[in-house]
Design a protein around this ligand. Structure first.
Ligand code: PEP
Length: 255
């Protein structure tokens, strides 16, 4: 089974209208031919409509940075799966910035992941250890407990379709990326745990990305490890030069 690389750009809270379309136009101009690598851009919610126009006729896909689990109702400020369906294919859930600044719990993340799958959206479920976990040797415990809780409401058929992103908090936006070797080791542990919970087919099919201070200068090193199914890129994804280099690097590594 060939799995193509998945490169996801998380723009976070960048891209004030009409910058999003301008940024995508620049990226389109810079990108060479991308036939195999799957590329997803996750702009802020308000940019999704104009981004949708900009990606038409290309193989760039869109993702959202968050979602709410209910379909409709008195949930001020929230965005439902029904609102996103048709506009994007992917949704980032459980990003550490939301867990830290907005108090998102494992239970909320699990409900978001399940809501995505049940509305044919692919969740990109983020898990990651803190600097303290890392220093005290608790990284694996934290990562796997977030993982188990996050997939808790899914069936084995559903879990095959989701994407996990290993994003160590100590590597996000710090310029200190996790080494490709270490990232691949954690990704193996994640796939092993999925196998234990849901069976071999699920662990073979699930895609697991690495994210944290990925730049064009280090991205290719991750593609040397077959366990790494792709990258979740934050800061470097809002720079079209950097992001296109990362994508073209992935494309070169495709079989
Ligand atoms: C992220 O926010 O998902 C991320 C990986 O950020 P950065 O690439 O800037 O470290």
């Amino acid at each position: 089974m060939t799995k193509h690389k998945l490169i996801v750009g998380n723009w976070k809270m960048h891209g004030i209208i009409p910058e999003a379309s301008i940024m995508i136009e620049k990226l389109k101009k810079e990108l060479g031919e991308v036939k195999k690598t799957e590329v997803v851009i996750c702009p802020p919610f308000v940019d999704l409509m104009s981004a949708d126009e900009s990606v038409k006729g290309t193989n760039l896909k869109l993702g959202a940075q968050n979602i709410f689990w209910e379909e409709e109702g008195a949930f001020t400020g929230e965005i439902s799966p029904l609102m996103l369906k048709g506009l994007c294919k992917y949704v980032i859930v459980g990003h550490s910035e939301r867990r830290i600044y907005l108090g998102e719990t494992d239970k909320m993340v699990a409900k978001k992941a399940a809501a995505c799958v049940r509305h044919e959206l692919t969740p990109i479920l983020c898990v990651g250890d803190s600097l303290q976990d890392f220093a005290e040797g608790f990284s694996k415990v934290t990562i796997l407990s977030q993982l188990q809780a996050g997939v808790n409401l899914l069936t084995s058929d559903e879990v095959k379709k989701i994407v996990i992103a290993y994003e160590p908090i100590w590597a996000i936006g710090t310029g200190k990326n996790c080494t490709p070797n270490k990232a691949a080791e954690v990704i193996k542990d994640i796939k092993h745990t999925i196998g234990e919970m849901f069976g071999k087919e699920a662990s073979d099919k699930i895609r697991v990305l690495y994210g944290g201070s990925v730049k064009a200068k280090n991205s290719n090193d991750y593609f040397e490890f077959p366990e790494v199914d792709g990258l979740l890129v934050g800061g470097a994804s809002v720079d079209h030069h950097e992001f296109s280099k990362i994508i073209m690097g992935a494309e070169k590594h495709e079989k």
